[in-house]
Design a protein around this ligand. Structure first.
Ligand SMILES: [Zn+2]
Length: 65
């Protein structure tokens, strides 16, 4: 039998940094995700629809000094 050295405590099924190929939640396309929380591919992130959901710098509102 092949004995694989396992270290107790480091067997974490969910890692925050988990780069792997995932399916995009928007276009269902396989893309290379940098981490576990990245579920949207780069193409969908670049679309205006995706950007509208994220509050970025607005030219008219939120202008305080
Ligand atoms: Zn996508």
């Amino acid at each position: 039998m092949s004995s694989i050295p396992r270290i107790d405590g480091l067997d974490d099924p969910v890692t925050p940094l988990d780069p792997r190929s995932r399916l995009c939640l928007r276009c269902k396309a396989t893309f290379h995700s940098q981490w576990a929380g990245e579920r949207i591919c780069g193409r969908c992130k670049g679309t205006a629809a995706w950007r509208s959901g994220t509050p970025m710098q607005t030219p008219s509102v939120g202008r305080r000094r």
